[in-house]
Design a binder for this molecule. Structure first.
Ligand SMILES: [Fe+2]
Ligand SMILES: [Fe+2]
Length: 313
């Protein structure tokens, strides 16, 4: 049986700690420069691309109500990223800690990665305050972040790294394919996503190296076991999204002063649960670069994710 070390070839895809560090040092924006002051959210515009929001098929909502729901989804999007990044941060610190005297580029790139996630957590908290103030109605978001993080970090680090890798590539897909060229979206919300994306591009590559490091020396059985745990993390996130869809429904009813009928609620839950599953899980599972890493671990894992993904799309 060949070992994982022989099978993994992310380095041959050209990812290096040094290149990621150099790229991220060029980006390096400050929170104060992208939010606050005259940089305000425009609540007359949608925040999320329709490919993720999927509000149009809810034909019992008026155009204004659809936009309101779109903004509720936008708020949840950045808040859920904040929640996710609260477990990415300790994960990275734990991963970097045992080898601080090793490869200097590795240490610096991982600490830069961690520092950027800490900054994103801060940014998304600032966003939440601004959204709250402008939107005027409280919108619940799943949490608390430390309880979610604790449940996820209880898994095999390689499973956690795969979940993070999926999330990092997912954000790339959202920005490049859904947001970048959509001229109808609020420019300020778009700017936050653009700045986030600029740093996530390096994270996705670094996380590929983290997965590779964690796969080193593992045999097929160990890799398969980690993959199963990665699927468990996905199942846990999917449960959270069921709760989030319910929160979004309640937020919409409060914000629009309207009570949906039973059949409208049923359709809302059906469409929006799947929209959330695609946003946070499916769009990452189908990302070619995520699948390429799985392929490098074992071709069977790529096949399995390709079988599972449609249920999340
Ligand atoms: Fe981030
Ligand atoms: Fe990230």
């Amino acid at each position: 049986m060949s070992t994982a070390t022989e099978m993994v070839n992310t380095k041959s895809q050209g990812y290096t700690y040094q290149a990621a560090l150099t790229a991220s040092q060029k980006v390096n924006w400050r929170i104060e420069d992208i939010i606050g002051g005259d940089k305000r959210l425009d609540f007359s515009k949608p925040f999320m691309p329709e490919s993720l929001a999927r509000v149009e098929s809810l034909d019992f909502l008026s155009a204004d109500e659809k936009r309101t729901l779109n903004q509720i989804r936008g708020n949840a999007y950045l808040c859920i990223f904040g929640v996710v990044e609260e477990f990415i941060l300790p994960f990275l610190m734990d991963h970097a800690r045992p080898h601080l005297s090793g490869d200097d580029y590795r240490v610096r790139a991982l600490l830069q990665f961690a520092g950027e996630e800490a900054k994103h957590i801060h940014l998304f908290k600032r966003f939440r305050e601004e959204f709250q103030a402008g939107f005027g109605v409280e919108c619940a978001v799943i949490g608390p972040a430390d309880a979610i993080g604790k449940a996820i970090l209880a898994h095999d680090p390689m499973a956690v790294a795969l979940a993070i890798l999926q999330i990092e590539w997912m954000t790339q897909q959202h920005y490049l394919e859904g947001i970048k060229d959509d001229q109808d979206l609020d420019p300020q919300f778009k700017s936050l996503l653009r700045h986030h994306w600029m740093e996530e591009a390096q994270h996705a590559r670094l996380d590929a190296l983290v997965v590779e490091a964690l796969a080193e020396g593992r045999n097929r059985e160990d890799i398969d076991a980690a993959f199963e745990e990665y699927l468990e993390i996905g199942g846990f996130i999917a449960e959270g999204l069921v709760a989030q869809t319910q929160f979004d429904l309640e937020s919409l009813e409060r914000a629009t002063n309207r009570t949906l009928t039973d059949s409208e609620r049923e359709k809302f839950v059906q469409v929006q649960t799947q929209a959330n599953r695609f946003t946070y899980l499916g769009s990452g599972m189908i990302h070619p670069n995520f699948q390429a890493i799985l392929q490098s671990l074992s071709p069977e894992l790529k096949e399995r994710i390709q079988q599972i993904a449609p249920a999340f799309c």
